[in-house]
Design a protein around this ligand. Structure first.
Ligand SMILES: [Zn+2]
Ligand SMILES: [Zn+2]
Length: 179
């Protein structure tokens, strides 16, 4: 199965193959801070995720391809030493993905799904960082055991890849998104 994804204006396209490793809604402070900065960009879409979280569809990196519009991509980091880079499509300020240095997966922002059904979250992570007043029902699992399974699935995917971490060839300019 191949899925064609795009930014909101359609200049950037990504092709992902097969199923994601999993789908997670992350409430950690870093992800929420990144959402805040990205949403402040001109014309930026609202980031998909409840209460300022990020709805991430996590794919093996070897199953993600930037098929069009690579030149529009920009990276940013929350701090100069942050091991995590986030990629946005500067044509329309759509968040594209989050990548942990050395990681074997890419976390694609739910914003890329247009016209196809956005895969539903398998779990919520770091819900203790959710803003006060957030109402998180039990429809999506969260908590210690779910998080343990989450790491288990990431590890299983890595094993299936022969413990290799392919590099997403995104030599895109780094930009600063101030807090
Ligand atoms: Zn665009
Ligand atoms: Zn996070």
């Amino acid at each position: 199965m191949v899925t064609d994804l795009s930014c909101q204006c359609g200049k950037v396209h990504l092709v992902v193959s097969q199923e994601p490793i999993m789908v997670a809604e992350c409430y950690c402070n870093s992800c929420r801070e990144a959402v805040r900065r990205m949403e402040a960009l001109p014309g930026a879409p609202k980031v998909v995720g409840a209460y300022g979280s990020s709805h991430y569809v996590m794919y093996r990196k070897d199953r993600v391809q930037i098929s069009q519009g690579k030149e529009w991509l920009r990276n940013f980091r929350l701090g100069p030493k942050s091991p995590t880079r986030r990629v946005i499509a500067s044509c329309c300020n759509t968040p594209v993905l989050t990548e942990l240095k050395g990681g074997h997966w890419a976390s694609l922002y739910g914003n890329l799904w247009h016209g196809q059904a956005l895969p539903k979250a398998d779990l919520r992570t770091q819900t203790t960082n959710a803003p006060d007043g957030s109402i998180l029902d039990d429809a999506v699992p969260a908590g210690g055991w779910e998080t343990t399974k989450f790491y288990g699935r990431l590890l299983a995917a890595w094993a299936a890849m022969g413990f290799k971490s392919p590099v997403l060839a995104l030599d895109t300019p780094e930009v600063e998104l101030r807090g």
